[in-house]
Design a binder for this molecule. Structure first.
Ligand code: 9MR
Length: 456
């Protein structure tokens, strides 16, 4: 597979249609419904020769999470499933289940997979970190690990984060199992072994706090330059971009450009923008500006080929547990409603001004659970800068779904058309408030998410 901007064939129409069915947010501004289905981010990115990626958790790739992951993104990074501790928890005993599942999902949705990660100081199995190894043994272990994992997915991975987080903040090498045992050349060797196991995969070094021009990114720059000079296979650098609200480095684009000028690709590999909770409209607006700035910097440099968010919903982010009191870092809220940050990425990719106007109410449809032939769905009506005294939500079931029961609304289905009116007690949706109703239904074959429209 090829991650360069010019050479990736795309099935635009198929992806576009999938996107229409998967995002169901409708705005009413004043009296008229005003929101057409947005062009999926993956299609907007493709127009720039970029892929739009997200980190995913394999067990969640169903229902609304799966629909959005498939429709909006053209690249998936397993958040944890390909790390050494996940795939070889006991020496010689492998567990590929989640990694295989994510690769299969990606193939079914015409998506790239970004392999993450082969050589890291963290999330290694305890048998490895607790062992006592000679340098020769350590080298053999690493070579076997890379050959086994890269070999297993040979031809299915567009790019590997071969080496993750090798530097300290001051640009010196981080003291790790690998550096301490093997010296700095563990990096060149890892890249060489990865190339041998899958010659088509693009090989990256990935790190955080290397987004702007600073001591750490300069160390990475010098390393890439010297690896290239030595003929070591290196195709790209990953800038993780775990950012703090309002702190996009001013030199981001300049930094991306200097790596591109070295003759390597650049990927934004783990973008999120965390804020002190609770979120409010001012913070969400700043976050949107931050996402827009990162997107624009990548779009501006031809060799910036991948923009990946580290989780696309606030319900699936590492931030909340790692930084207590911080969160809301991703482009969708925990109920899968697109946040201003989502629209900012869309705009940054040239999707036009789709930011919801102030003074709007939105309806978001989500499949909250799904089994055999049944499912439970939820529609949330939210207002910001506007309010409703009554509502009537409509949608069309496009794949033969049948409503069987509803609560907190009065719903009827006639043919494929569903209409749900507020109950006596929840017609009023205040400015800043929201109302949800739920339903059960049956499905078979597929259960796509419909677009919801309002009638007054
Ligand atoms: O998202 C990952 C989270 O679920 C893990 O608990 C965590 C453990 O370190 O790793 C997270 O992903 C990291 C990624 O692999 C490398 N860059 C930093 C990411 C956030 O910690």
């Amino acid at each position: 597979m090829n991650t360069s901007r010019s050479a990736r064939p795309r099935r635009l129409l198929a992806a576009f249609c999938a996107g229409i069915t998967a995002v169901a947010a409708l705005l009413i501004a004043g009296t008229t419904a005003a929101h057409a289905a947005d062009t999926p981010l993956r299609d907007l990115a493709a127009a720039h020769g970029m892929v739009m990626g997200t980190a995913v958790t394999g067990s969640k790739l169903t229902g609304t999470y799966g629909d959005l992951a498939g429709a909006q993104f053209s690249a998936l990074t397993p958040g944890n499933a390909m790390k050494w501790g996940s795939v070889e928890p006991t020496q010689g005993s492998f567990n590929w289940a989640e990694a295989d599942q994510i690769v299969a999902f990606a193939q079914a949705h015409d998506q790239q997979v970004r392999g993450h990660t082969l050589v890291w100081h963290s999330q290694n199995p305890s048998w490895l970190t607790n062992g006592t190894w000679t340098s020769a043994q350590l080298s053999t272990l690493l070579q076997n690990h890379i050959s086994t994992e890269v070999g297993r997915y040979q031809g299915k991975i567009a790019a590997w984060d071969v080496v993750n987080e090798p530097f300290n903040e001051d640009g010196t090498y981080r003291s790790t199992l690998w550096y301490d045992g093997l010296g700095a050349d563990y990096i060149a060797n890892a890249l060489t072994w990865a190339r041998a196991a899958d010659p088509a995969a693009k090989l990256y070094i990935n790190d955080y706090n290397v987004e702007g021009v600073n001591a750490k990114s300069t160390a990475l720059y010098d390393l890439v330059r010297s690896l290239k000079a030595r003929g070591v296979p290196i195709d790209g650098v990953g800038l993780q971009a775990h950012l703090i609200l309002g702190q996009v480095p001013a030199t981001l684009q300049q930094n991306i450009q200097r790596f591109a000028d070295l003759g390597v690709d650049v990927a934004i590999t783990e973008l999120d923008v965390r804020m002190a909770l609770p979120a409010d409209s001012a913070k969400l607006a700043q976050q949107a500006a931050d996402y827009r700035a990162v997107t624009a910097a990548c779009v501006a440099v031809a060799r910036c080929v991948n923009l990946t968010v580290w989780g696309f919903t606030d319900s699936d982010s590492w931030v909340d547990s790692t930084f207590p009191g911080y969160g809301a870092a991703t482009p969708y809220d925990a109920d899968y409603a697109p946040k201003p940050a989502y629209y900012a990425i869309s705009e940054g990719l040239g999707g036009g001004t789709t930011t919801p106007p102030t003074g709007a109410c939105t309806a978001t449809y989500a499949v909250s659970s799904q089994w055999g032939s049944g499912f439970t769905g939820q529609v949330t009506v939210s207002c910001a800068g506007a309010s409703l005294s009554s509502w009537n939500a409509h949608w069309t079931f496009g794949a033969g779904q049948q409503l069987t029961q509803a609560w907190n609304a009065t719903c009827t289905q006639s043919g494929t058309a569903v209409s749900c009116a507020n109950a006596s007690y929840n017609g009023s949706v205040p400015d800043g408030g929201s109302v949800s109703f739920g339903f059960n239904g049956t499905w078979s074959g597929s259960n796509p998410v419909p677009a919801v429209t309002f009638a007054s």
